[in-house]
Design a protein around this ligand. Structure first.
Ligand code: COI
Length: 355
């Protein structure tokens, strides 16, 4: 494939393709053959290249290992009937990566480097894009500091890498979640809106406690009063109460600006679904669960896609949600998004690019 930027491509001599079991994909375990790499030094991105996926060598004083200057994205590619690779909303991921970079004192990635690296990599590893419904090629662009220096200051050198993994569903069944009122994921003025490693590291301990108690994930509440629902561990979250969709706004700096969230909001608007971008109080959620006005609750995320929620724990009480059918909003929106991503439904919002 011809792109505007010209950079070397070194192909692997040991492809893992033939020995990969595509019928048994565990999320994030299988990595494709190649990666795109660029290095930042002296104020510019240099040494763009594609090479075989391989371990990196790092100095023990590497700044990322100590102070966590690391950001990432998650996006997905699909295959249509014509064997074309379809990338969903890559431009939105590029923009969000740069927003995270700004917050974390890291350099901007020019659109051309991100897109040409991505497209060349996907073209080269196109046989890694799974074809079975529900599966896709998960794409992980990320950037991290490479200075070898243990004083606390922003690094001056960085690495940008894109690698890919063929994946099945992140959640293979509806999830159960626990409303978290003790631990905090993000506070105003913090890094909650950035897709940065530390947010995920800080979430591991509370999420593990919830998992030990039998829940798949947490529903994070605001860090100040713990009374308002913000997002879930690996996804944004939406509720349908009394016919209205409700999801937390993203202007507080505490919530990730999910691209699936944005796509679902756009489809809800296209379909004239009543929608409120506002905080849902935990008490309001509890009242809706008790009175039966909570019709649906679901997570939205690149990895999770649309994850139906079947059980919610609030202050020690479990509430079971009603089972949903194909007419419910979350199922309709999942099938519409799948249709667009697999190239079966017209892409009226210019969300996909074909290779
Ligand atoms: C994604 O949905 O792409 C995510 O980043 C969530 C997760 C796998 C960390």
């Amino acid at each position: 494939m011809k792109t505007a930027l010209d950079f070397p491509v070194t192909k692997t001599q040991n492809s893992k393709l033939a020995t990969t079991d595509f019928s048994n994909l565990v999320f994030g375990k299988t990595i494709s053959d190649h990666m795109f790499v660029a290095d930042y030094k002296n104020g510019e991105w240099t040494d763009l290249r594609i090479e075989p996926y391989a371990p990196l060598s790092l100095n023990p004083a590497n700044a990322t290992l100590h102070y966590g200057q690391s950001i990432f994205e998650g996006m997905k590619a699909y295959k249509n009937e014509e064997d074309e690779v379809i990338v969903f909303r890559g431009d939105a991921n590029w923009k969000r990566l740069n927003e995270s970079a700004e917050r974390m004192c890291m350099p901007q990635i020019p659109q051309e480097i991100f897109m040409d690296g991505l497209m060349t990599l996907l073209d080269l590893d196109r046989d890694w894009v799974p074809t079975a419904k529900g599966s896709s090629l998960y794409v992980r662009p990320y950037m991290f500091a490479t200075d070898d220096y243990i004083g606390v200051k922003p690094s001056e050198t960085f690495k940008f890498i894109i690698f890919t993994c063929p994946v099945g569903n992140y959640y293979s069944k509806p999830v159960s979640v626990k409303v978290e009122t003790k631990y905090t994921r993000a506070v105003a003025g913090g890094t909650g809106a950035a897709k940065t490693a530390g947010n995920y590291a800080a979430s591991l301990y509370p999420a593990l406690q919830a998992q030990k108690a039998g829940y798949d994930q947490l529903l994070w509440t605001d860090g100040k009063s713990h009374t308002l629902i913000e997002e879930s561990g690996t996804m944004n979250v939406m509720f349908k109460i009394d016919g209205k969709l409700i999801t937390a706004p993203t202007n507080t700096g505490t919530i990730l600006k999910g691209i699936t969230r944005d796509s679902v909001i756009q489809l809800a608007k296209d379909w004239d679904e009543p929608l409120e971008e506002r905080f849902l109080a935990v008490s309001e959620l509890e009242t809706a669960l008790k009175s039966g006005t909570l019709e649906e609750a679901f997570g939205t995320g690149t990895a999770a896609t649309i994850a139906h929620i079947e059980r919610i724990n609030i202050n020690g009480t479990d509430y079971i949600l009603p089972e949903k059918d194909a007419d419910s909003f979350s199922y309709r929106v999942l099938s519409e998004l799948d249709g667009i991503k697999y190239g079966e439904i017209e892409d009226t919002h210019n969300w996909v690019v074909k290779i």
